[in-house]
Design a protein around this ligand. Structure first.
Ligand code: HEC
Ligand code: HEC
Length: 350
């Protein structure tokens, strides 16, 4: 009996301890994995605000868990499949610790009966301006400068497989009925739509699933970080051929220099490592419009090296950029630039 009491007391004591541990784990994981985009206190940044009471009161834990696990491919928000269930639950509890009206919202996972073909014109009239005609979401990555100044928050993609899998029809319906106070997303009951219209729009949004993954929601395959070709010419000949190939690809030649120039005394540079700087300014401007941080990562250089009697031509694989950003618009640009660089390297060793 005393043993049982001791056990009971131990359990009683350990419950608050467990809860406290979950709270610290959740806060730590949030600050490590989420704060950079959603803000330390959840007020938003690159990612939408998560601390808004209107948001927290209207979504259920299933939606939060699903969103964290699956992310939004091609829409910056990464998937956290590497976190286990209790880590994800700890993050959800952390979000729930922010002030909001506690809700008992638990949406059923059944389908809402609506008419998608009636929903389509309503979607085009009431939603497409912000969420895109195909539900592909606002443009850019959400970083300031890449979004219109009058848009404090980027409208999320609704055709995204991550969003569609994480959200139930009833959650989408509730979002349309009530809107999200504090964001551009308003209540469509107040905009004059009735519940039947809203059911039709939900059915239309759900119909995106049939055509998903939409091209805007793809991740580029991860590939080698560096593109390499071996040249049978001398280093000097290869550098000349790179210059010609760069011109043929319509890139502007900026300068040619030794890799260690400026780092070693003049005249002592290693002649076996040469960089050809060149840039496609049209591409650069397009990419900067999507996200100004691209400038930090853009390759813009081709390196020619000689080791023993082997001459190699190398460039950073532009597809690496899309691995960093998880953004469909950049993926398309990076893929284009990848073709250009592959072409230049092949041309240079031909
Ligand atoms: C004025 C721009 C605007 C219009 C018009 C608009 N939305 Fe939104 N919508 C937003 C923004 C911004 C958010 C993100 C709100 C947030 O941060 O919680 C959002 C969020 C949502 C969400 C939650 C998805 C998520 O990942 O957060 C759904 C679902 C949604 N909107 C559907 C619709 C539908 C359907 C319509 C048309 C009936 C519509 N919206 C009209 C801007 C808009
Ligand atoms: C690299 C930036 C980035 C990181 C890191 C990130 N997010 Fe996001 N998150 C976003 C963006 C951007 C969106 C909106 C997606 C869209 O526009 O389609 C989003 C959307 C969400 C949503 C849906 C919000 C809504 O209105 O329905 C939730 C929930 C969310 N993130 C939670 C998290 C949590 C929790 C973490 C950490 C485990 C995290 N995110 C990490 C960028 C990020």
């Amino acid at each position: 009996m005393t043993k049982l009491i001791v056990l009971y007391l131990l359990l009683l004591n350990s419950i608050p301890v467990l809860a406290a541990e979950t709270a610290t784990l959740g806060a730590r994981l949030y600050s490590e994995q989420c704060a950079a985009c959603h803000g330390a206190d959840g007020h938003g940044g690159v990612g939408v605000p998560l601390a808004l009471p209107s948001f927290l009161s209207s979504v259920d834990d299933d939606y939060l868990r699903g969103t964290i696990r699956l992310g939004r491919p091609g829409r910056v928000m990464p998937g956290f499949s590497k976190l286990n269930n209790s880590e994800i639950d700890a993050i959800v509890s952390h979000l729930r610790s922010w002030p909001h009206k506690p809700s008992s919202a638990k949406y059923p996972h059944t389908r809402i009966r609506g008419n998608a073909s009636l929903g389509k014109p309503l979607f085009e009239k009431y939603c497409a301006a912000c969420h895109g005609v195909h539900g592909e979401g606002g443009h850019g990555t959400g970083v300031t400068m890449s979004r219109p100044r009058n848009a404090p928050i980027l409208a999320p993609a609704l055709n995204n497989p991550g969003f569609l899998a994480a959200s139930s029809d009833y959650l989408i319906k509730s979002t349309l009925m009530h809107g999200r106070a504090g964001t551009p997303m308003t209540s469509f009951l107040q905009q004059g739509l009735n519940e039947r219209d809203i059911n039709d729009i939900v059915a239309y949004v759900r119909s995106f699933e049939a055509s998903s993954p939409h091209p805007s929601a793809t991740l580029l395959e991860s590939e080698s970080p560096i593109l390499v070709q071996v040249s049978t010419y001398t280093l000097e000949q290869t550098v000349e051929k790179v210059k010609v190939a760069v011109g043929a690809a319509n890139l502007r030649l900026i300068r040619v220099q030794n890799l260690d120039q400026g780092f070693v005394p003049k005249g002592k540079e290693n002649p076996n490592q040469v960089i050809v700087y060149s840039c496609d300014f049209g591409f650069l401007n397009e990419a900067l419009k999507v996200d100004p941080r691209v400038g930090l990562f853009l390759p813009c250089r081709i390196t020619v090296t000689k080791h023993g009697d082997k001459v190699r031509v190398m460039a950073v694989n532009p597809k690496r950029l899309s691995r960093i950003f998880n953004n469909a618009e950049l993926n398309a640009l990076c893929d284009q630039m990848y073709q250009v660089y592959v072409g230049i390297l092949e041309e240079a060793v031909l």
